[in-house]
Design a protein. Structure first.
Length: 293
């Protein structure tokens, strides 16, 4: 395993064009594309940029972006030494996260959420609930600032990677829980037990299927998810509403949020953290924060 750092963050997007983008993770580069024309253009522009900047990638991976989730595959090595471990550690503003190009479609860190992770870190929250936690990067950001965390995800393997990220950041095991289960089953259990949180992260996938065959589609089910989360939201709780679904803009998330607040007879205000500078408008996840009052 290798460890890289560059000016506080070394996992970032170099540029985006229609239907594709280039990301850099330390000396490794990942090209994501939806068609071969985009792949060719991104590869050409990357090499022109690298020559001008004097940057030599140790390895280059490519990842096809299919329309159907079930067609997703792990990134493929197209340049570099295949004998080098696919795992490495990157740093983001002092936090360490393990990435792995071989384990699946996503390498382990969504860099478009960087400013939201920083907001979590600065929020001084005492207890956070991280739904669809994946590798628990939001939980790490909260825990490093002293919060107790509950991370929920269907995938036990993803949560194991999350535990590894806690170890990488020298965070103790006490005060942190990892629950491999369906969020829609966990939230009612937490509510019945009287659990309350002062920060909740809702960043679901566009589509998922539980072990019992129950499906989640963000366009139709996000509202129910948010309503269930409100049942465990403490007074003055901050809630992140986030999605990669192209059909749901930040405005759409706010409209949904206001509808749910009215239905639950609660009130709050909305704001958005700045988009990471390397992400142009209309790229990356749509995100908005709600602060209850």
């Amino acid at each position: 395993m290798r460890d890289f750092e560059a000016e506080g963050t070394n996992a970032y997007r170099l540029w985006t064009i229609t239907d594709g983008w280039v990301e850099r993770f330390g000396p490794d580069v990942l090209i994501s594309f939806k068609n071969q024309a985009v792949r060719k253009r991104l590869t050409t522009e990357y090499f022109l940029w690298a020559e001008a900047m004097g940057f030599n990638a140790q390895r280059m991976f490519e990842r096809f972006l299919p329309k159907r989730n079930e067609e997703r595959t792990a990134p493929k090595l197209i340049l570099g030494d295949s004998s080098i471990s696919s795992r490495s550690v990157v740093m983001e503003r002092g936090l360490r996260f393990e990435i792995d190009f071989s384990i699946g479609y996503s390498v382990g860190l969504f860099i478009d959420q960087r400013e939201n992770r920083t907001f979590v870190r600065k929020s001084a929250s005492k207890r956070i609930l991280n739904c669809f936690a994946y590798t628990c990067s939001f939980s790490v950001a909260a825990a490093i600032a002293g919060a107790n965390t509950v991370s929920v995800d269907l995938s036990q393997k993803s949560l194991e990677r999350g535990r590894a990220n806690f170890v990488l950041n020298n965070l103790p095991a006490t005060g942190h829980h990892f629950i491999a289960d369906d969020v829609f089953e966990v939230l009612p259990r937490l509510s019945r037990k009287g659990e309350k949180f002062d920060l909740i992260v809702l960043d679901p996938p566009t589509f998922s299927r539980s072990r019992r065959g129950k499906t989640f589609q963000v366009e139709s089910d996000f509202e129910d998810l948010f309503m269930a989360a409100l049942e465990v939201a403490d007074r003055d709780c901050r809630i992140l509403l986030s999605t990669n679904c192209a059909a749901l803009s930040e405005r759409a998330l706010e409209v949904m949020g206001r509808f749910c607040l009215k239905a639950s007879r609660r009130a709050g205000s909305f704001h958005s953290e700045p988009r990471p500078v390397e992400f142009p408008p209309d790229s990356g996840a749509s995100t908005i924060w709600l602060t209850l009052r």
